[in-house]
Design a protein around this ligand. Sequence first.
Ligand code: MG
Ligand code: MG
Length: 258
Amino acid sequence: MGVIYKTEEEIELLRESSLLVGKTLAEVAKILKPGVTTLQMDAIAEEFIRDHGAKPTFKGYDGFPGSLCTSVNEVVVHGIPDNKPLENGDIVSVDCGVFMNGFNGDSAYTFKVGEVSNQVNQLLEVTKESLNKAIEQCVEGNRVGDIGSAVQTYAESYGYGIVRELVGHGLGKDLHEAPEVPNYGKAGRGLKLKNGLVIAIEPMVTMGDRRIKQLRDGWSIVTFDGLPAAHFEHDVAIINGRTEVLSTFKYIEEVLNN
Ligand code: MG
Ligand code: MG
């Protein structure tokens, strides 16, 4: 399937879905502390999403059991919510998708549980900043390769790894549309960015080696070397040649800074 470019009206609907994801992640942030389970987080998220007249996109997606992907420490993405209590020093990537008014929102944030080591803290800061570097590239006339190159150049300058097998994606009526948006690549290569393009950019950055494997649960993607990984995701549109970030971490950070 080719790229489906969106009208400004459609982009406003995508923004509403993306904002609901940000608010849902903030609800999760409110309860997150050592001792809480990812299943408890999942229940809070599902209820909040449904209370807003939306559906949790991930639930039942290819049979996925949760409303959230909760990926702890060495789990990079696609972790299944479970009843194991989170511990002080853990990190957990919480990825959430909602479907509302015909359009999807999809955003992820990696949270600290209690106090984390300085090393882990830097991994989170660099991964989040690599997403900002990628977003800066989302202007008309640039190419998909500029996005990946920005993430890769920044994260690798800290000695971190960039997961290759999983990528960002177009976003619309479907959760995963064309184009693929890798977190690595060469500047100046790939699809040209133009008005109406809506993509989810989601760097997955490893503290050690970039190689991954899938667990036998059929979902969880973990680092091969067992070192932690971080993941942040924003939904971004190009309107009038400029970047519009549709999702937001504002609500999350209001909770975290309280
Ligand atoms: Mg996501
Ligand atoms: Mg995504």
